[in-house]
Design a protein around this ligand. Structure first.
Ligand SMILES: [Zn+2]
Length: 58
């Protein structure tokens, strides 16, 4: 079996990956896919920019 990320031999300690790095990469991919929504990050910009002091604590 080989690492699904980089195809190197798997390390039993990080199964099914070859290293912690690849495990992290896979996790990041997974999370990104989960959050892969076209959410406008401008919402935050608006708040920090010139938003009226209607909501102080977020
Ligand atoms: Zn790897």
């Amino acid at each position: 079996m080989s690492c699904p990320i980089c195809r190197k031999p798997t390390d039993p300690a990080y199964k099914p990956f070859c290293s912690r790095r690849c495990a992290d990469v896979d996790l990041a991919r997974w999370l990104r896919a989960d959050y892969a929504i076209p959410a406008p990050l401008t919402e935050m910009d608006e708040e920090t920019a010139d938003a009226p002091s209607q909501e102080d604590q977020k």
